[in-house]
Design a protein around this ligand. Structure first.
Ligand code: NAP
Length: 447
């Protein structure tokens, strides 16, 4: 395809702007007609390899406030697991709702849904209303999809009535060779990173940033002890870095010694291996065991001498009771997800009698995403890239994530022909440190 060849060949802005846009793109998508194929199967038996297809899909016209980007690399997020197993609801309902909003929204209501909420690539077209970006710009894409004509989006855009996540609640996501996004989703790509390293940060980094740095979350201050579930996972590995950067003390929970070692190299001194400790917070499906919450609490005190000021919560049903229990008097449980179940249970007496707060959080506004990206650009946060799959094997990668067999982030190669491309500032890379930039990759290969 001529446009992809031009991008890969490093064509200048004028050449890119003149090279015709193709009418289709290779992409990863689910199909509307498949949305009942897993009926009757348990969640863990719903297999993304059966529902995620790779093939050509039509590209729509781009709007005046949008840009067209050739995606060099993308990454896998848990929302693609949800879309691929059609849980908790099929995402076609989101697309249909967007489709009813406007002429431009109607482009999204299709019988296919191109997934993916991260990307790094090169701008090849800008709409007539775009001011700050041009063809040839190297960018990463954050997934907050905001209607800027909606007054409710003009305080904190995450509070907007029709705020959406690109590639989950909109179509034409990042797991493709070409994507179309709003100009206000673009951020500069870090010059010291490869395409696949640059692609894995925006969604998880921005989410962790809002939860632990922004005033909209539970901002960490010097010396704060922060319990982080899934600390070597996607959002957890960024959470650890933000806590350290803020002068806090992370206590990372993981489920293997290999993951514990990765965390230690990242700088997290206090690690609990939940598999080794064998916490059994639930006696059976309906009953929790407070003595197990206490055991976790004692383990935390043994490590850091006190109860956590903040608990970074996302597993949901399996851990929420314990999270509320172990937070210190007056502490905060900040939550953005419920991987193991969203109908959570905790003992409310521990919440009110000890004056604790549960804070809900979801992705980030553009400002927070931009500031989180700056931490990557300046080398204060490193990408937790552990593995790279080609676009054709996205189904397998999603299966790995669904079954918690990965660490950090999985990168997906899209238009980039191979790994290792995209570094334009090797001196900065050397300054940040090759070893630090590849912690997760090395541990994945060794472990
Ligand atoms: P991930 O890479 O799969 O990491 C999740 C981690 O959770 C795993 O590494 C695992 O760590 C831990 N975990 C799994 N089951 C657990 C259990 N029963 N008890 C304790 N820990 C458990 O996923 P992610 O990208 O970090 O995302 C995590 C969740 O956040 C997902 O549900 C995702 O959809 C959500 N999310 C929400 C937003 C938002 O904006 N609201 C943004 C990003 C992600 P160990 O096995 O090592 O303990």
């Amino acid at each position: 395809m001529e446009l992809l060849d031009a991008v890969r060949g490093g064509a200048d802005a004028a050449t890119l702007a003149e090279t015709p846009l193709p009418t289709t793109t290779r992409a990863v998508y689910v199909e509307r007609r498949d949305q009942d194929i897993f009926a009757g199967r348990a969640t863990r038996d719903k297999d993304p390899r059966e529902s995620l297809h790779v093939g050509e899909v039509p590209l729509p016209e781009y709007a005046p406030d949008e840009v067209v980007v050739v995606v060099m690399a993308s990454s896998l997020n848990f929302n693609t697991v949800w879309t691929s197993i059609f849980e908790p609801v099929p995402t076609f309902g989101f697309l249909d709702r967007l489709g009813r909003e406007s002429r431009w929204g109607a482009r999204h209501a299709q019988d296919f849904h191109v997934v993916g909420s991260d990307a790094a690539g090169i701008v090849v077209r800008v709409g007539s209303a775009v001011r700050n970006w041009q063809p040839g710009d190297e960018v990463t894409i954050q997934c907050n999809y905001v209607d800027d004509q909606d007054p409710s989006s003009h305080d904190d855009s995450m509070l907007a009535g029709n705020q959406r996540i690109w590639g989950f609640e909109t179509n034409f996501g990042g797991l493709a060779d070409i994507t179309i996004v709003k100009a206000n989703q673009l951020m500069p790509k870090a010059t010291h990173l490869t395409w696949e390293e640059a692609a894995v940060n925006a969604l998880c980094n921005s989410t962790a940033y809002r939860m632990l740095v922004s005033r909209n979350g539970a901002p960490v201050t010097q010396g704060d002890k922060v319990l982080i579930w899934g600390a070597s996972g996607g959002i957890g590995s960024f959470a650890v870095q933000h806590v350290l950067n803020s002068g806090g003390v992370p206590i990372g929970v993981v489920s293997s010694e290999a993951k514990a070692n990765t965390l230690r190299e990242l700088g997290c001194r206090h690690v609990l291996n939940r598999a080794e400790r064998d916490y059994r917070f639930w006696k059976d499906e309906h009953t929790q065991d407070e003595s197990e919450w206490r055991r976790l609490g004692r383990d935390i005190r043994d490590l850091v001498g006190e109860d956590p000021d903040i608990v970074f919560e996302h597993p949901g049903r399996s851990t929420m009771g314990a999270s509320v229990f172990v937070a210190r008097r007056g502490g905060t449980i900040v939550t953005c997800a419920a991987t193991t179940g969203y109908m959570v249970e905790y003992d409310n007496r521990h919440l009110w009698m000890r004056l604790k707060t549960i804070r809900g959080s979801h992705f980030s506004n553009y400002r927070e995403a931009w500031d989180a990206n700056q931490a990557v650009v300046e080398g204060r946060v490193v990408p937790p890239l552990s593995a790279v799959f080609p676009l054709e094997r996205t189904g397998e990668a999603t299966y790995e994530m669904h079954h918690n067999r990965h660490e950090g982030k999985i990168g997906i190669l899209c238009a980039a022909e191979r790994e290792g491309l995209g570094i334009s500032d090797p001196a900065r890379r050397a300054a940040v440190g090759e070893d630090r930039l590849t912690i997760f990759r090395r541990h994945d290969r060794e472990g």
